[in-house]
Structures are given as C-alpha cells and as structure tokens.
Design a protein around this ligand. Sequence first.
Ligand SMILES: *[C@@H]1O[C@H](CO)[C@@H](O)[C@H](O)[C@H]1NC(C)=O
Ligand SMILES: *[C@@H]1O[C@H](CO)[C@@H](O)[C@H](O)[C@H]1NC(C)=O
Length: 148
Amino acid sequence: MMTMMHLFTCFLFVLMFGTSEQCEASFTATLPGGYNTNNLKPCVQYNQVLCPDDGYNSTTGVFTAEINGTYIVSVTMMTGLVAGHTNLMKNDGTYVWLYTGNQWDMATQVVCMDLVEGDRIWVIMANTASYTLFDVYNVFSAGLVSSD
Ligand SMILES: *[C@@H]1O[C@H](CO)[C@@H](O)[C@H](O)[C@H]1NC(C)=O
Ligand SMILES: *[C@@H]1O[C@H](CO)[C@@H](O)[C@H](O)[C@H]1NC(C)=O
C-alpha cells in the first residue's frame, strides 16, 4: 500500500512538472531592442525566449540537442533599411542561407534536420556588409517532430 502511494505521488509529480512552462525539446526565441548590433557575434544571441527549453542557451544563442531525432528548424530575419545575410549553422557547417533586401523585407527558412544528442545549431551574420538585425521580426525556433 505504501508503495502504491509512493508510485502515485511520483506519478502526480511527473504530471505536474511535465505540464509546466518548459517546452519539450523545442524552443522559440526572438531579438527585441530595435537595431541589434552588439549581440550578433560570434553568433546571434536571440535573448527573448518565448518557448524555453533546456537545450537552448539564450546567452550564447546556441541550441544543443538533448534527444536524437528529426527536428524542424526555422530562422526568420529582418535587417531593416540595409540588406543582410544570415546562415543557419549545424556543428560548424552551413545548413542553409538567408538574405533580405533593404526595405524592411523579411526572409524565412524552415528546414528538417536530423540531430543527435550534443549536436549544436545557431545562426550567424554571414556577410559583414551589414551587421544589424531589426527587433522581434528575427526569430529562431526548433522543435522535435519525431525521436529516433
Ligand atoms: C549558457 O552559456 C553561458 C556561456 O557559455 C554559460 O555561462 C551558462 O551557464 C549557460 N547557461 C545554461 C543554462 O546552461
Ligand atoms: C543517439 O545517437 C548517438 C549517435 O548515433 C548514439 O550513440 C546514442 O546512443 C543515441 N542515444 C540514444 C538515447 O538513443
């Protein structure tokens, strides 16, 4: 009977904390602050987290996979009144490129990616011609769609 009670308590605990604010192997972060210039190196530090996950570090801007599987990863950028490039990086290699023009244009890439535990993804400014990203129109997200 005691064991049953204990199990039940554990189960409740898992239920309660499983439904907390934490996202499940998924995150979304944006970049408030108007024209961002100082938080783009060595990679973009999307510092306003809308959907938190242990794998995403908002200080570094790097997401580290904690679960093996296939993820959807999305990057949206806006540079404002200058043109600009960003790259979505996976473990030091470029995965996809983004570009926007100089009329408050926006660009988005949505990709599928296989990640294993410890794989890292982040976004860099790819061309020093313009070194700014404008406000919360810049969004970085990833979500696990199927685990291995
Ligand atoms: C995020 O990265 C910074 C810099 O490497 C580190 O000091 C900090 O502990 C990390 N935060 C978490 C929650 O891991
Ligand atoms: C994740 O993938 C790596 C590399 O293939 C493997 O070594 C590891 O055992 C896997 N982890 C799990 C929990 O399946």
